[in-house]
Design a protein around this ligand. Structure first.
Ligand code: DQQ
Length: 534
């Protein structure tokens, strides 16, 4: 007697059961991708944390392995928390991670592969010198806010650098350490960066991006056409923010270009659910690839009933937009090999008030690419200057609220009679001296089961509808709706748990609930095959 599992995903990473959270130590070694992740071997809630481990040749299909790092030393006996991998000279991977010691202090540890000729790197040995970095009476580091070492980078002086998330009072910090040999680490006088009133910085990520081309850079690269990105995961709000800025490798200071890590106005990788993310440099394809944890929106009781909680987002290639002002993300191309049975709609004009069903695809397991074209932009409603919070705007102006230019977009995970649907859509407003595009993911009607968090998400999308089409790509996988607006300039991920719109009862529609018509010059949808994940 098996429990029905309509919410398990088919091509997003998840283990057969139990709780997962942060992606850890992603890397490529001898042509094999490694993903480690925070895992509770004993249940569907957080606890008993070890590093579970899977490998892949294509980032789509995975082979599960035994946990790589689990409590075994004083310095991690109460848990093996998040950390990162660095490839050391001589092609030797090394993992720095946070251990919880017998006093429940957070300390940083090193583990290295037992056997470098095993491409799967199944067994890991911990340094006898652990912990390598620890709170002490003299360094004043708060022992409950000192975790999540990044991938290390090497400075021009030949020394390794790593940052660790921290806070002091309300100030979030990226504490910097340096080392010659990766074993003996010395705390720098000043943090790499800090920001007031942001609380604990979990899972920082710090990496170079090319200001010239949409490619990835290895983590130690510096140079004239290189900018840097600092991402932090804010414990207080469970949202991630990043800045683009300049890193001075002599002073070891990072200065954001403009604005700062700020929980209200900063840039986010994803304006929905996406946390504790981490990038790695894929030396095989010269991409930087982003992994992120997607938590459930169901109740803890439901998680325990279904026996699992948490998935990983589809890995995303990430690069600096040519404006230099923001990052762009796109699902790794490898995922496209799961596409099958393409449904294509010819160029169409969709009148206001239309809901158009797209048939012929498995709507609960699909990849949809659509673009919209708006002719009469002068009909846009005026943007009230006080409407500065896109999420609030999307909540107040959900999919059922008629506008002029929009809402138009997709109704996904929809039941036959539209009692349930998740709406991913755009609205165009007339701003001060430009058009403003709002992108929303409205979960308010996603399920008849009210025990789910159905919060609506929203983001502004920096696209000029005068000169560009509005594109939307949405990956649908049973209980996840992962959307990429404007070619990946704004991303919104949502979790949904419909009661009626499950499996074959799931439908897909294009809709326009504005008064003005919109063109749909491009529409392709694919059913997605199941990936081998465990
Ligand atoms: N999860 C880990 C911590 C990290 C947090 C513990 C972020 O290392 O700060 O499971 O989700």
């Amino acid at each position: 007697a098996s429990v029905k599992q309509p919410y398990r995903t088919s091509y997003h990473f998840q283990p057969p059961k139990n709780w997962i959270n942060d992606p850890n130590g992603p890397m490529i070694y001898k042509g094999i991708y490694h993903l480690f992740y925070q895992y509770n071997p004993k249940g569907a809630v957080w606890g008993n944390i070890v590093w579970a481990h899977s490998t892949s040749k294509d980032l789509v299909n995975w082979i599960p392995h035994v946990p790589a790092i689990f409590p075994s030393q004083k310095s991690d006996i109460n848990g093996c928390w998040s950390g990162s991998a660095t490839i050391l000279p001589g092609y030797k991977p090394a993992i720095l991670y946070t251990g919880i010691n017998p006093q429940n202090q957070q300390v940083q540890n090193l583990a290295v592969p037992k056997n470098l000729s095993d491409p799967y790197l199944i067994e890991w040995v911990k340094s006898p010198h652990n912990p390598l970095m620890a709170p002490t009476a003299t360094n004043g580091i708060n022992a409950s806010s000192f975790r999540d070492p990044t991938t290390a980078w090497m400075g021009p002086d030949g020394k390794w650098r790593v940052i660790i998330g921290n806070k002091r009072d309300r100030m979030g910090k990226a504490i910097l350490y340096r080392s010659k040999d990766f074993v003996q680490w010395t705390e720098a006088q000043d943090p790499l960066h800090s920001a007031d009133n942001t609380g604990m910085w979990e899972c920082p990520d710090f990496f170079p991006v090319s200001a010239q081309a949409p490619v990835g850079l290895d983590t130690s690269i510096i140079g004239p056409n290189v900018k840097h990105v600092l991402k932090v995961s804010l414990d207080d709000t469970k949202h991630e923010y990043y800045t683009v800025g300049t890193y001075n490798s002599v002073t070891d200071k990072y200065v954001p270009d403009e604005g700062s890590v700020d929980s209200d106005s900063g840039l986010r990788y994803d304006y929905g659910k996406f946390y504790a993310s981490k990038t790695f440099f894929d030396s095989k394809t010269n991409r930087r690839i982003l992994w992120g944890w997607i938590n459930e929106s169901s109740s803890v009781d439901d998680d325990i009933k279904k026996g699992w909680s948490g998935i990983q987002a589809i890995p995303r290639a990430i690069w600096l937009h040519k404006s230099g002002k923001q990052l762009v993300q796109w699902p790794i191309v490898e995922i496209e090999k799961l596409r099958t049975n393409q449904v294509h709609l010819p160029n169409k004009l969709i009148k206001g008030g239309t809901v158009l069903e797209v048939s012929g695809i498995t709507a609960a397991q699909a990849d949809v690419e659509v673009s919209f074209e708006v002719k009469e932009l002068e009909k846009a409603e005026a943007l009230d200057p006080t409407w500065t919070n896109p999420q609030m705007l999307c909540s107040q102006k959900g999919a059922s609220v008629k506008g002029s230019l929009g809402p138009f977009g997709l109704l996904v995970m929809a039941s036959r009679g539209l009692q349930e649907y998740t709406a991913v859509f755009f609205r165009i407003f007339k701003g001060h001296n430009k058009y403003v595009v709002l992108m929303c993911s409205d979960q308010s009607r996603s399920s008849l089961n009210n025990n789910n968090d159905k919060t609506t998400y929203g983001a502004f999308l920096d696209v000029d509808p005068l000169h560009e089409k509005l594109s939307l790509r949405t990956l649908i996988d049973h209980s996840i709706v992962e959307s990429f607006g404007g070619g990946g300039k704004s991303c919104i991920t949502a979790r949904v748990y419909p009661v009626l719109a499950v499996e074959d009862g799931t439908h897909l529609h294009v809709f326009n609930n504005g008064t003005q018509s919109v063109g749909v010059p491009k529409f392709s949808a694919w059913s997605m095959k199941k990936a081998h994940i465990y």
